[in-house]
Design a protein around this ligand. Sequence first.
Ligand code: C5P
Length: 208
Amino acid sequence: MIIAIDGPAASGKGTLARRLAAHYGLPHLDTGLLYRAVGARCLAAGTLDDEAASAQAARELDVDALDPDALRTAALGEAASVVAARPQVRAALLALQHRFAARPGGAVLDGRDIGTVICPGAEAKLFVTAAPQVRAERRFRELAGRGEPVTFEAVLADIHKRDARDSGRAAAPLVMAPDAVLLDTSSLDIPAAFAAALAVVEARRAGR
Ligand code: C5P
């Protein structure tokens, strides 16, 4: 079974993807980490504005060497969204995502274009969202908790900017697949959101 989870930054999709993967014993790929890793390499090399260099960085990406803690910073979220708007970068990351999704038994993938581009045939698709204020509060707590010097206002501005860039780009924009189920986690805690997500997947498995 392939479970495809898409949604904007800090919507709760990563937490739900991890929990669903644990529940069903499936491998999980946080595809945002791929774009963050490409952004990190470009920032380090001073080539963030260079489309060809970012595509080369994507082609050379070592998926086994990703360090989630180091990649989940505010600056790399922004850099990821810049490189992710480039068709050449997205094309370079396609094969490895397809390979992951083709694992025997299935997989859980989360990102922006999983249900629309990467795994359009996924058995279960969720589009997870929440109000921008709520997402900014969550992301602010997460980043501040890790000692990042951020303010709530800056995090909210970043959320708005990334939403606009991810939804407005021509290449694989953030958009809900027609057969995805919308899950708004604005007023849900993690157990309630997980219960709702599980109910969606179970309904799909039962053919409903
Ligand atoms: O999910 P996360 O915040 O880690 O993603 C970082 C950025 O990577 C997003 O803002 C988006 O621009 C990009 N991304 C994407 N497609 C995906 C996953 C992430 O364009 N499947």
